[in-house]
Design a protein around this ligand. Structure first.
Ligand SMILES: [Zn+2]
Length: 320
């Protein structure tokens, strides 16, 4: 497809793999501190006025927030993040992004289980749509069945999760660009979380959609197929370089509901330093890690290490 520039050519393949705002209340300031006098009557009037003002402000704030909410049902909420970008947050804490340009739109990831995802995306953008899955995990590729064609890196065809799909995979390559008109979205391969994890750079807003490649506070490297810590360290180094050279200041991660904000360069630097230390065999301070749920693709003895805001979960028996 013309809008999709490929440096490398892969044949299309079919595969079966599948606050509210709190009023400022000074501690101890209650009605009992004011004597019932003319002064207190004046204060009462003031308080009524302040109360009406606060109520109006809250209403305006609520309206502003609601105006940003583009769609909501029992499974997910779509909220506008910035110009041409919506974040889709599901009740099971997964995340998708819809990016719209002047000519085309891109859906990044598809969540675990979202009924009629195609129609929901279509209610946000009517432009011709491409769908990219950042990696082949069920919580990112779980709804690809709603689409005819899905872009994914071929290295992730080795991630076996039995995902239902009857359409066509188009294989992504490092350096591929999705031309959406006024914004170009560039693909970078960042192995670690999976062999074929990709991040998407959106220079129009100085942002990166990183999915799970660097985690959402905590990156999981304890999963199969195994990718070495050294390889993940190289991905961290590359990500830091891209952020510095291209002035990328915001990392929109793959599990946005946990953070409700973008990550920054400092997070990648802390990840890089931690990955380097672990890859060199320094596991001091690491703790055994308990998986929050059972999965066949996790190693037997995961461990976790922390450096500032960055956490890495890894296979303690197979680091590199
Ligand atoms: Zn993942």
């Amino acid at each position: 497809m013309e809008q999709f520039k490929k440096r490398n050519t892969y044949k299309n393949k079919q595969s079966s793999m599948g606050r509210p705002v709190e009023g400022y209340v000074k501690k101890g300031m209650t009605d009992s501190h004011f004597e019932r006098s003319e002064e207190s009557a004046a204060f009462g009037q003031f308080r009524s006025f302040a109360s009406i003002l606060a109520g109006t402000l809250l209403m305006l704030l609520g309206n502003a927030l609601a105006a940003q909410e583009a769609f909501k049902n029992s499974e997910l909420t779509v909220t506008k993040l910035e110009k041409g970008v919506w974040v889709v947050e599901t009740v099971d804490m997964t995340t998708m992004y819809i990016v719209e340009g002047t000519k085309r739109s891109l859906l990044i990831d598809t969540g675990t289980k979202c009924d009629s995802l195609d129609k929901i995306v279509r209610s946000i953008t009517s432009k011709p749509l491409d769908v990219v899955v950042t990696h082949n995990h069920i919580d990112h590729a779980g709804n690809i069945r709603y689409f005819d064609t899905v872009y994914m890196h071929p290295a992730d065809s080795t991630v076996r999760m039995g995902i239902e799909f009857h359409g066509v995979y188009r294989w992504l390559a490092d350096g591929d660009v999705f031309d959406l008109g006024d914004r170009k979205i560039e693909i970078y391969l960042m192995p670690g979380h999976t062999p074929g994890s990709v991040v998407l750079i959106d220079k129009a807003i100085d942002a990166c959609y990183s999915s799970d490649a660097f985690g959402s506070g905590q990156v999981w490297l304890q999963l199969l197929p195994h990718v070495s810590m050294k390889t993940y360290y190289e991905s961290c180094v590359r990500m830091e370089k891209i952020m510095r050279e291209q002035n990328i200041t915001k990392i929109y991660c793959g599990h946005y509901p946990y953070l409700k904000r973008a990550l920054g360069l400092n997070y990648i630097i802390e990840m890089r330093d931690l990955a380097k230390r672990l890859s060199e065999g320094d596991v001091s301070g690491s703790q055994p890690y308990r998986m929050p749920f059972k999965t066949d693709i996790a190693c037997d003895k995961p461990a976790m290490a922390i450096n500032g805001s960055a956490m890495i979960v890894y296979d303690s028996e197979n680091i590199n």
